[in-house]
Structures are given as C-alpha cells and as structure tokens.
Design a protein around this ligand. Structure first.
Ligand code: ADP
Ligand code: MG
Length: 399
C-alpha cells in the first residue's frame, strides 16, 4: 500500500534547452543538464539528481525523444530517505511522470510503473518493481497484491479493527551507495541457475527465482522442497558455483555479478532462496486470510508478519540490531505483528496494531525506543506514525 508521504515536484516548461533541478532541502544541491546531451548517471556517486535523471532517461528512451522539453523543477519531499519507504522510487516515479507530461506523451499507469522500475536500475541497484508499481497503482483505502509478468495489482481489503503503524529505527541505509542490496540479488540469481540446472532447465535465460517456479509449473511449497533438496546450507564458493553451472570465472564475473559485487567470494544460496519462496507463500496466505474475512484474521496476519521478520533476519540477513530491537519493542507494546519493511539493513518496521490499542502502542514505543536517545527523540515526529492505504501518483495542472 502507498503511504501518505510523497515526493512533490513543481514544474514549469521553458525554452532554455536545459533541465534545471533544485530541491527545497538545502542538503540536495542544484543541477542543470542540457536537453541535447546524453544523460549519464554516475553509479559510483548516487546523488539525488541522478535518481531524477533516471526517470527522465527512462521516458526519453521509451519514446526515442531526441530533444527533451526544457523545464525547471523544484522537488520537495516528506518521505524519510534511505529508510525502506522507497523515497528513491517515489523520486524516480515523480520524474518519470513529470517528463512524460512535459514532453506531451501519455502512458498507462502500468506502463509508467514498468518504465520507472527499469530506469531506477540506472542508479546501480538491481531493484524489482513493487515500489514503482504501488507508487502509480495505489488506490486510497485498499492494499494491493502486486504480481509481475504481466504486471498487475489486485485489491486486498484489509480487515477492520487494526491499522498499520510505521516506525523508523533511525538507521539510514543508502542502497545505491552500498552493496548489501545487490549482493542479495546476485545470490538469488545464482540460486536460480543452480535450481534450474538441478531440474535440467536451461539456466541461461533464467535470472529470477520466480522464473524457475513458472518453468517447472510448481507450487511455492514444491519450490521450498526443491531448495531443501538441491541447495546446501553451507555458503558456496565461486569455484563451486562455476563448476556446477559450467561457467568460466570470467563469465561468472560478467554474467552473474554486478559492478559493485565483484569482490564477493561466498554465496548463501539455500537461505536466500528459502526466504524468497517462503515470503511469496506468506504473501499469498496474507491475501487469502484477508479475503476470508474470518474473525481470527488479525491474529493470523500478525503471525505471518512475525514469521516474515524472522525470515528477513535469519535467512535473508537484511535486518540490523536496531531494527530487531524496534520490532521487539513494537510487539511488547501491543502489536499483533511487526516486521521490517523495504530493503532493510536499517529503516522502518511496519506493525499491525488493533485499533483500540493504537494510542497506548504509540506511547509505549515512544518511551522505549525514541525518548531515551536524543537523536531518535529529535526524529520521532516523522519516524512514528499510523498509515492508511493512500492514493497513487497524480498530476496537478495550472492553466
Ligand atoms: P529508500 O529506502 O528511501 O528508497 P534509497 O537508499 O533507495 O532509500 O534512496 C535514498 C535516496 O533517494 C537519497 O539518498 C536521495 O538521493 C534520494 N531522495 C530521497 N528523498 C529525496 C528528496 N526529498 N529529495 C531529493 N532526493 C531524495
Ligand atoms: Mg530505494
């Protein structure tokens, strides 16, 4: 579901032949790019305006625009950055939408989401597409089940009587300036090829765990059994992977690793694949519990969220001590379920809290996590809040 916080850009068209970018937050410096030069994005230095340029480039490539419309943009945002609430995708989606409008093009929301998912990768993170999808496809009052190939979003009616509360552990993790995120993508890519090989599929066209499932026409439970059977819980070395997949060390570097993961020597394939298929199974269970409308729903959904956090922490290893501590505090403060959200390694937890307990929950989390630490206390207002499903991206026109 979308949250209410957003990235907002004020845009005017001009004939300067340039795109002027500025930000209301003085921490983000101005930038000017010419409409006729090739847009280059420096992955080694992921500054804020490169995220914006990802969206510009995505639209430019989609329509083969040789000369972009000149525009001046002032960006403002209320999403805590690098905290798992996808401020990066909000910014890329905002710039994609702005560039489409400025150049008098039009696209469906689904097409925009697909383009923005693809072009955010120019920043160097090999992201999926969920964040961009919900940015465009969100509708107020309903959560969405997002599925890919083809991209689609189905309404999921959350049970009455509980709300989601977001809490930020106040550890920032910049995904493009670190390799944690891409390491997991690489491990999943290698696991995909190992599973494919074990079942006599051609691994060359397969890079995502979901694709093996599709090829085998297997259930998620069958995929979990396959992981158990085929993948060793011990980390695999480069040499072992090369041997099983019959690839040279050079192919391994260029075809399996990304630019910022060349240093890796060992890969935890069993744990990562188990997390991914397990998490997918929990998503489907979550939806069917919501659809069932059972009186037990809230308790069952909470349990799934707790299992999810355990899996993120122990199998995918994408949590951090502060986030684990915060999730613990949330559970002790009255949440029925709590888990990290977004990529992890810092950032936010999302908790499901019975409506009648919200006030006491907020107070207890404040007292236990924020107030004792001056830095956290100063950030509390934007770090701890109730969130109802919000709407998607929109354009406001002034004649
Ligand atoms: P997230 O989990 O929020 O997506 P990322 O590490 O992927 O975190 O992206 C964070 C980056 O997004 C920031 O370092 C900054 O470059 C950019 N960003 C986020 N919010 C804003 C904003 N309001 N204005 C400009 N850039 C922003
Ligand atoms: Mg991000």
């Amino acid at each position: 579901m979308a949250i209410e916080q957003s990235i907002l850009a004020a845009v005017s068209l001009n004939n300067s032949g340039k795109i002027h970018l500025s930000n209301t937050n003085p921490q983000y410096q101005d930038f000017i790019v010419s409409c006729s030069e090739d847009i280059t994005i420096d992955k080694d230095n992921p500054k804020w305006f490169y995220y914006f340029l990802c969206g510009v480039k995505g639209i430019q490539e989609k329509f083969g625009i040789t000369r972009l419309a000149g525009m001046s943009c002032v960006v403002d945002g209320t999403i805590p950055p690098s905290s798992g609430l996808s401020s990066s995708s909000a910014l890329v989606c905002c710039s994609g939408l702005v560039t489409m409008e400025a150049n008098q093009k039009s696209l469906s929301k689904v097409a925009l989401a697909e383009i923005c998912a693809k072009c955010e990768r120019y920043i160097g993170t090999e992201g999926g597409g969920m964040d961009q999808s919900i940015s465009f496809l969100a509708e107020k009052g309903t959560a969405k089940l997002i599925e890919f190939q083809p991209l689609r979003a189905t309404d999921v009616q959350l049970p009455e009587g509980a709300v989601f509360v977001i809490s930020n552990c106040c550890v920032e993790m910049n995904k493009a300036a670190s390799s944690h995120y891409n390491i997991r993508v690489v491990e999943c890519r290698i696991a995909t090829k190992m599973l494919a090989r074990a079942r006599d599929l051609d691994p060359s066209g397969l890079s995502k765990l979901a694709q093996v499932q599709t090829e085998l026409k297997a259930s998620l439970e069958e995929m979990l059994a396959l992981v158990q059977e085929v993948l060793d819980p011990e980390p695999y070395s480069r040499e072992e992977v090369c041997k099983v997949l019959c690839v040279t060390p050079e192919q391994f570097s260029t075809e399996l690793l990304s630019a910022n993961t060349q240093h890796l020597t060992h890969f935890k394939l069993h744990q990562r694949a188990k997390h991914v298929y397990g998490e997918a199974a929990r998503v489907m269970k979550f939806k069917s519990i919501c659809d069932s409308g059972s009186a037990e729903s809230i308790k069952l959904l909470g349990a799934l969220m707790n299992q999810s956090h355990a899996s993120c922490k122990d199998l995918y290893e994408c949590s951090c001590p502060e986030l684990d501590q915060l999730v613990d505090i949330c559970l002790k403060s009255g949440a029925v379920g709590s888990r990290l959200t977004g990529a992890g390694w810092g950032g936010c937890a999302v908790s499901m809290v019975p409506s009648e307990k919200v006030e006491s929950f907020l107070q207890a989390v404040r007292n236990a996590y924020y107030i004792p630490d001056p830095r956290r206390a100063a950030m509390e207002k934007q770090s701890l809040f109730v969130s109802k499903p919000g709407g998607g991206a929109a354009v406001f026109m002034e004649e």
